[in-house]
Design a protein around this ligand. Structure first.
Ligand code: PMP
Length: 286
C-alpha cells in the first residue's frame, strides 16, 4: 500500500514525495529528526518530542518551521490519511536547499525542508521480543561529541546495528572511557536489587523522551534511581538490564557480550516498568 507522505506543506503519494539533491540534509546530514510512536491511532508523548525537536533545531541555529499546534495537526492529519493504527511517525527537518553545495549555512531566505512519513507496525506494543529480551554486544563509541542533538548522522549507529546483526544479536551498546554510553538507538539501564541505574544526561547521550517518562514513572512508583555511568562488567553482573526508546518502549536486555544478565530471562522490575510505561502513555496519548 502506498503511503501518503508530508513534504513541505503538501500531503502526497510516496512516489511523488521528493527533495532536491542540493538539500543539505542529503549532502551534509544537516538535519534533525524525531520518531513518535502511535498506538491505537494516538500519539505517544507528543509534547516531549516537540520540546526535543525545538532544542535540536536551536542547538544547530535552525528556525523551528512550525508551532507545537501546527506540528500536532500535521501528525494527526498524517495518521488519518494513512489510517495508521500502530506504528511510528518519522519527522525530519533539514536546513533546506540552497541550490548548490557549500559548507557555509545559507541565509534565512532558504526555507527548511520538512518531511514526515508513517511506518505501520501492527501490534507495536505487543512486540514478542519483550517476552524474551534482547541480546547485545559492546563496541567502542566512535560518534561525535554532540549526541544530545538528534541529527540524522546515523552512519555509526547503523554500523553498530550491523555489527550486532553479524554477531547474531539484537543491538550494540556503545562504550566510551570504560563505561556504557547508550545503545545504537536507545538509552541503557541496569537494575541492582530494586535500584535502577542509568547514565546522567550530558552531551554524551541522546536525551531520550522515553527515558524522561520512565524515570518519572519509576520515581512515582517509589523505585530507587541512581544516575551514574556503569561498565559492561557491572552490567553483566547486574540483576536486570534494559533499554528504552520511543519505538521499543522498555525492552529487557538479557545478554551482554555472551554473558547472561541475572537469570538470562527478562526480570520483574523491567516487566513492571514496561507495563507502567505503556499504561500511562496510552492514557495520556493525544
Ligand atoms: N539514544 C539514541 C542514540 C537514540 O537514537 C534514541 C532513539 N531516538 C534514544 C537514545 C532513545 O530516545 P527516545 O526515547 O526519545 O526514542
Amino acid at each position: 500500500m502506498s503511503r501518503i507522505v508530508y513534504v513541505n506543506g503538501s500531503f502526497v503519494p510516496e512516489a511523488e514525495a521528493v527533495v532536491s539533491v542540493f538539500d543539505r540534509g542529503f549532502l551534509m546530514a544537516d538535519a534533525v529528526y524525531e520518531v513518535t510512536s502511535v498506538l491505537d491511532g494516538k500519539l505517544i508523548d507528543f509534547a516531549g518530542h516537540c520540546v526535543r525537536l525545538a532544542r535540536s533545531l536551536g542547538e544547530l541555529e535552525m528556525k523551528n518551521p512550525h508551532s507545537e499546534a501546527e506540528w500536532l495537526q500535521i501528525h494527526r492529519d498524517l495518521v488519518d490519511q494513512n489510517g495508521l493504527v500502530d506504528g511510528m511517525i518519522y519527522l525530519q527537518v533539514t536546513r533546506g536547499n540552497p541550490g548548490d553545495r557549500d559548507f557555509v549555512y545559507p541565509g534565512p531566505e532558504v526555507m527548511p525542508t520538512v518531511v514526515l512519513f508513517t511506518q505501520s507496525k501492527p501490534g507495536l506494543a505487543d512486540n514478542p521480543a519483550a517476552k524474551v529480551g534482547w541480546k547485545v554486544i559492546s563496541i567502542p563509541d566512535l560518534r561525535w561529541d554532540r549526541r544530545d542533538i538528534k541529527t540524522v548522522q546515523l552512519l555509526y549507529p547503523s554500523m553498530g546495528k550491523m555489527a550486532a546483526k553479524k554477531a547474531g544479536v539484537d543491538d550494540s551498546w556503545f562504550v566510551q572511557d570504560g563505561v556504557v554510553t547508550e545503545g545504537t538507538s536507545n538509552n541503557a539501564y541496569i537494575v541492582k536489587g530494586s535500584k535502577i541505574i542509568t547514565r546522567p544526561l550530558s552531551n554524551d547521550i541522546l536525551h531520550g523522551i522515553t527515558r524522561v517518562a520512565v524515570l518519572r514513572l519509576a520515581a512515582e512508583a517509589q523505585m530507587e534511581i541512581e544516575e551514574r555511568a556503569f561498565s559492561v562488567d557491572e552490567a553483566q553482573r547486574a540483576d536486570e538490564a534494559f533499554i528504552t526508546s520511543a519505538s521499543a518502549f522498555v525492552m529487557p536486555v538479557v545478554e551482554i557480550d555472551g554473558t547472561a544478565v541475572g537469570t538470562g530471562k527478562p526480570g520483574q522490575v523491567v516487566a513492571r516498568l514496561r507495563e507502567i510505561y505503556l499504561d500511562e502513555m496510552r492514557r495520556a496519548a493525544v
